[in-house]
Each structure stands twice: as C-alpha cells, then as structure tokens.
Ligand binder design. Structure first.
Ligand code: AMP
Ligand code: GLY
Length: 417
C-alpha cells in the first residue's frame, strides 16, 4: 500500500517512522514534511490546507491511504476533499473536526452525550465574561473558542489577566477549574468501533515544575505507573464511545483519531478538551510502544472496517520524549539556527533513542530550526527511569543556539512520587 502523510511536525515524523517499519507499506510520502521525515519518506511540497491540492497529490501518487496529521487541514476540510476523490483517508470530516475546532461545539456534544467535563459558559459580551468569571472564581480558566495551537487557553489566579484574555477573544469559553493530574488518551475510530491506545501524559507548560506559559507540549511519557489500571476502560465507557455515538447520531460521524485530554480530579475523571488528531508530543511515546503495524489499523478506520481489527499489541517498554524548543518559544520563536549533534545521537544512542524532527528544514548540508518546537528526542527503556536517562543523554548531544527544554519530563512518574 502507498501511504501519504500530510503535515510536517514531530507527530508526523513519529507516524512516518512507524509506517516506514510496516511491511504493508510499499511507498511512503509526506507533504510537506521536514528535514527528519525526509530520511524515512519521500517529501512532496503541498499547501496542507488546500484540499484540492492534497487530493490531486494523493491521486497522482496512487495513494491507497492518506493520513492527515494536524488539526488545521482537518478543520479546513482536507479529509473531505480526499474522500471525495475516492481515496481512504484517516482523519475526520470538517464537520466532525469541530470537536477540536470549536470549544463551544465540544461542550455541546459532551452535554448531549452525558460526558463528564468542567461546567462552563460561552460568552460573547463583556457582561457575560464578568458574570462567568465571578460565578467560578479563581483560578480562572479562559479559552478562546477557535483553534489556537494550544495557546488560546489562559489559566490564572489573576482576574485582570483572565478578563483581558477573554475580551481579546470574539467568543470565549469560561469554565470551572479542574485540579488533578492530566492524562491524554487517544482512540482510533471509524465512527462506530472505538479502539483505545495507551494513555500518556503531556507537559504543557514551558518551564520546569509546570511554570511559565502554556505551549503545544514540551514532553511526554507512557505508560502512567500511577494511573488506575481501569482508567482506559472507564474512559472508553464514559467518554470515547458516547462521544463517537453522539456524533454519528448527529449525522456527522467521527472517523480518525479522537484525543481525550482528561483531568483526574478528586470527583472523578473529567474531559478538559477533545482534539481531532494525534497529540503532539504524546504520539511520539505512544507509537514508540505500539507493536501492531500501524497501516492496516489506520486503513480499517478509514474504510469503516475497524471491527475486523484484532486487539492492539503493546511493548512492555516505557517511552519518554523531550521537546527541544527554539529561543523565545512560545512567544516569538527564533528560527534559522543550525542544529548540530543529530549524527552523534544516531551513532551513539540508537536504536532505543532517536530524534524526531518538528520544526526543521535542510539548508545545504545543514539542518536548521524552522519552528517553535524544533526536535522531539524520544527514547524507550525497560522502565521510565531508563527511558528518561536515555532521552536526556541524547538531548545533551544536541546543540542549538538559545534552545530550551524541560529537565523534569517524567521525573515524578519515574520515581513514582
Ligand atoms: P486545552 O487547550 O483546553 O487543552 O487547555 C490547555 C491546558 O490548559 C490544559 O492542558 C490544562 O493544563 C489547562 N486547562 C484547560 N482547561 C482547564 C480546566 N478546566 N481546569 C484546569 N486547567 C485547565
Ligand atoms: N499535546 C497537546 C496537543 O497535541 O494538543
């Protein structure tokens, strides 16, 4: 089977890496890709937001499966355009991707499906904003209704800051603060059958100790030694299956990857957010642990035959990924800096530790930074402590001027604190 992956971040690098190891995949293309993906897939230039262009490329390549990585093309209807030319596509329609594209829509679906989530108000006027902030009190949780690459959410004790963010958004969701650890649980679905993956934890804040601004994610690990072993079954029953059923009932079935961002609160598990695609950086650790070849699972989801798929198989290994970000990420990331040390990691740390590229491009012989999150250094080991050691050893070999990374990814979980 020929597979075309749309996107060019570390998540797509992880997807391409897994697909390149799958004997069912005869040719692998990625558009637009990045400097690292070029080592496992043939890159094609494309405007990933242009459905007609992606559909034409898939047709030209004779692709038997298109996998759409990021949310922006999904929300723009790229999966619909590919489906319309008769090629199986892993990724939801624009209608179903509203689960991620609109926080207000997601809240409406959850209410209809009885899915536990934070109580919330959708506000469009300053009066509504003030009433909602007053109703919930501090800490304030203020979310831009639209897509914001993980940066539209402000959680703060500071009323003035909460109010300022709310007033800067056209439509804003203000909600109850949920405490407790966060878990990301992904499920592959064809709109009917739901196949959960293993849970992971992401580190959203820029700095050690969960300080600093929210980012797209600075690192992740899996499995979660502290989590209740029944968590996956519980989330399947309370969250994933009811949400998939509700979207089907509405005539807009969700097929692709349903990402549940969860808070494990003292009052039970609550949904913080849905995403309509694989999470980044959680995908890097989840796929590192998946033993089942990926292509047929994604194809069965795309074709509506996921019920024929045997249960997924997992490695016993733990996985950790550490994101190396540019100078000044997430505010105004600097790009164009040369990256050194990649060959050393490949030579010294492989195959258990490897570098997945996020924002990189090739400039002559050099690989240079091209985005806020630049690399996702991933490692597996017999437990989290070992995976963590291997990941940080590889991180230490990478040289990128002004770069930053967290030093505490998976630290608490590795010590089982
Ligand atoms: P979101 O984009 O909705 O995932 O929000 C980004 C991050 O903000 C989440 O990963 C949480 O760390 C935090 N957050 C979002 N909603 C809440 C909430 N209701 N209570 C506490 N923290 C939240
Ligand atoms: N890791 C958070 C996200 O993918 O949205």
């Amino acid at each position: 089977m020929k597979v075309l992956v749309i996107g060019g971040g570390a998540r797509e690098h992880a997807l391409c890496r897994s697909l390149s190891l799958d004997p069912d995949v005869s040719a692998l293309y990625c558009a637009p890709g990045n400097a690292g993906i070029a080592e496992v897939a043939e890159l094609r230039p494309v405007d990933a937001l242009d459905g007609a262009a992606v559909a034409a490329l898939a047709t030209e390549l004779g692709a038997g499966l298109v996998v759409v990585g990021p949310e922006a093309p999904l929300v723009a209807g790229v999966a619909d355009a590919v489906r319309a030319v008769g090629i199986p596509v892993f990724g939801p329609s624009a209608e179903a991707a509203r689960l991620e594209g609109s926080k207000a829509f997601a809240k409406d679906v959850m209410a209809a499906a009885g899915v536990p989530t934070a109580r919330s108000y959708v506000c469009t006027t300053p009066e509504e904003v003030d009433e909602a902030l007053d109703a919930f009190g501090a800490p304030y949780v203020v979310k831009d209704d639209g897509l914001a690459a993980g940066k539209g959410v402000v959680v703060t004790e500071d009323l003035a800051a909460a109010r300022a963010h709310a007033l800067a958004c056209d439509r804003v969701v203000i909600e109850e603060y949920l405490d407790g650890p966060e878990v990301s649980l992904f499920a592959i679905t064809d709109g009917v059958t739901v196949l959960p993956l293993q849970p992971a934890q992401d580190f959203k804040r820029a700095l050690d100790g969960d300080e600093g601004p929210n980012t797209g994610g600075m690192g992740a690990y899996s499995p979660l030694p502290w989590a209740d072993p029944k968590l996956v079954d519980e989330v399947m029953e309370l969250v994933l299956q009811p949400t998939v059923d509700e979207l089907r009932r509405r005539g807009t079935p969700f097929s692709g990857l349903l990402y549940a961002g969860l808070a494990i609160t003292s009052r039970g598990t609550r949904v913080i957010e849905f995403n309509a695609r694989f999470g980044d950086p959680e995908t890097q650790v989840v796929l590192a642990r998946l033993r089942t070849p990926l292509a047929s699972v994604l194809l069965n989801a795309a074709k509506g035959t996921l019920d024929t798929e045997p249960p997924l198989r997992w490695r016993e290994d733990a996985a950790v990924t550490v994101v190396i970000a540019s100078h000044n990420y997430p505010e105004t990331p600097r790009t164009g800096d040369p990256i050194e040390g990649l060959a050393e990691v490949a030579a010294e740390d492989g195959p258990d530790a490897y570098v997945l590229h996020a924002g990189t491009r090739r400039e002559g012989d050099a690989v240079v930074s091209a985005g806020g999150r630049v690399l996702s250094v991933t490692a597996t080991g017999s437990d989290l402590a070992q995976a963590r050691d291997k990941a940080y050893k590889a991180v230490a070999r990478i040289r990128l001027d002004g770069s930053q990374h967290r030093t505490d990814i998976a630290a608490k979980a590795a010590e089982r604190r």
